[in-house]
Design a protein around this ligand. Structure first.
Ligand code: ADP
Ligand code: ASP
Ligand code: MG
Length: 438
């Protein structure tokens, strides 16, 4: 059995859906389990609709959502009836939410319609070309989550339920990525880009032979191809390397995707639905022989750097615990940490809603904060054995006048991570890519 997850661009138009269905058909013998994202940009449109409703504005987003979906149905020769129930439910939700305060629970409900509709279209197209298929909302196969709306985690009990439900099917399941339900029946989402994570969870649950992530580039590349045009596709990388890259901004994989696959040792393959013959990137336990020290460079923008300085408290036990408790209380995860004898520097994702955290931190230390920073992460397992990479990295940046503010190397020693100003981020990636990949 294989998992085939198709992202937004792979189901972004009638033509793309036809193509995706063909790719599934050509893998029919491998017993595919299909996981789909919403039609490209649809999650953004649904969030816009939720905002319009909150502000009591007209439903221009709703019209757009209908136009795109009905347009695709028309071009595929499918009947509008396929989505009528979902559209009526969405319309009802929109009218009930007019002028109401929106929260992450309501937002998840709005967002769920993207995947609920795309899965039905893909299943219908598969049936049309002779592949017996059936659309499922993930919860109908037992995909349950906790109630952390906007960032939900699957419940342990999901695994056995998913395995059981899928085993009984006599058609190719086309399952909604990104969304789940709590035990109380409330809809949740796994966070933006979360369909990759759904695919990995389902893959681990059914002990799949492979988890395939079909996207719009040839695989995992040496860096974001939107920043460096000649970024190179990587043949193989390790779970550890892929994890670091995904965590530090390589959008091609949701950061949580690797864990379920790694736990079960299931290879993950990133493939291009626009170029299906290409063999893509395989993510394995060990990436095998490759003499390159640096495999790839990731970049994550819109990061806030906080320097914490407490001459009184540092060295006193319990200080770091108190410090990190503040972030835990506010559910903000700390990405990069670097400490010296008298200060701690750390970064958190995003630039917004920092006042409550800063208020608490000021009670225990002096704080200096800077927004709009970027994390750059240079990744490669061979860096452990090859000396001098840190030297080359920082002198390359220095030659180009890029100031590095904070440096950190994890215990695994497979990455060098540092902070630069947001305005220097792309330049830093470009000069390092030129240095390491030519
Ligand atoms: P999907 O809709 O298929 O989930 P995403 O947009 O989430 O696709 O992810 C694919 C995109 O990730 C690529 O188009 C590319 O711009 C971006 N990306 C960022 N870093 C990398 C990288 N190192 N390798 C490949 N793609 C990357
Ligand atoms: N549709 C969701 C998003 O745009 C999930 C995904 O595409 O993986 O974030
Ligand atoms: Mg994605």
């Amino acid at each position: 059995m294989i998992i085939m997850k198709f992202g937004g661009t792979s189901v972004g138009s009638a033509e793309r859906i036809r193509n995706t269905a063909k790719i599934v058909k050509s893998n029919a013998k491998k017993r595919p389990v299909v996981v789909v994202s919403a039609v490209a940009k649809m999650t953004d449109a649904l969030i816009m609709l939720a905002n319009e409703c909150r502000e009591g504005k007209g439903n221009s987003a709703l019209e757009h959502i209908k136009k795109i979906h009905y347009g695709i149905l028309g071009q595929l020769g499918l009947n509008n009836e396929l989505l009528e129930h979902d559209m009526a439910e969405l319309e009802n939700l929109a009218s009930k939410s007019k002028n109401k305060k929106s929260d992450s629970r309501l937002l998840d409900c709005f967002q769920s319609f993207g995947e609920r509709m795309s899965s039905k279209i893909v299943a219908a197209q598969l049936n049309k070309i002779g592949v017996k298929a059936r659309a499922f909302d993930s919860w109908d196969l037992g995909f349950l989550t906790n109630s952390e709306f906007g960032n939900a985690e699957p419940l342990e009990a999901s695994h056995a339920r998913i395995k059981n439900s899928i085993r009984k099917l006599d058609a190719v399941p086309v399952i909604t990525g990104f969304i789940g339900k709590t035990e109380n029946g409330e809809i949740t989402t796994l966070g933006r880009g979360g369909s990759d994570y759904t695919a990995a969870i389902i893959g681990a649950a059914v002990d799949a032979d492979e988890i395939q992530i079909w996207t719009d580039v040839d695989g995992i590349m040496s860096t974001d191809p939107r920043i460096v045009k000649n970024a190179k596709t990587l043949d193989k990388i390790s779970f550890a390397e892929a994890s670091e890259l995904a965590y530090f901004g390589a959008k091609v994989l949701h950061p949580k995707t690797i864990l379920p696959a790694m736990d079960k040792g299931i290879p993950v393959r990133v493939l291009n639905s626009f170029n299906p013959k290409n063999k893509g990137t395989t993510i394995l336990k060990k990436s095998g022989k490759n003499h390159r020290a640096v495999k790839a460079i990731a970049c994550k923008k819109n990061v806030t750097r906080i320097n914490v300085d407490s001459k009184r408290m540092l060295g006193a036990y319990g200080f770091l615990a108190r410090l990190f408790d503040v972030f835990a209380e506010h559910k903000r995860s700390v990405d990069v940490v670097s400490t010296s004898e008298v200060s701690v520097s750390l970064t958190i994702d995003g630039n917004g809603n920092l006042e409550p955290i800063l208020g608490k931190l000021k009670d225990i230390a002096n704080i200096d904060m800077a927004k709009n920073k970027a994390i750059i992460c240079v990744v490669g397992e061979n860096m452990r054995q090859i000396p001098g990479i840190a030297g080359i990295t920082f002198s390359t940046l220095g030659k180009d006048g890029i100031n590095v503010e904070m440096i950190s190397q994890g215990a695994s020693q497979i990455n060098i991570t540092f902070i630069v100003d947001g305005k220097d981020a792309e330049k830093a990636v470009k000069v390092l890519h030129r240095e390491y990949f030519g």
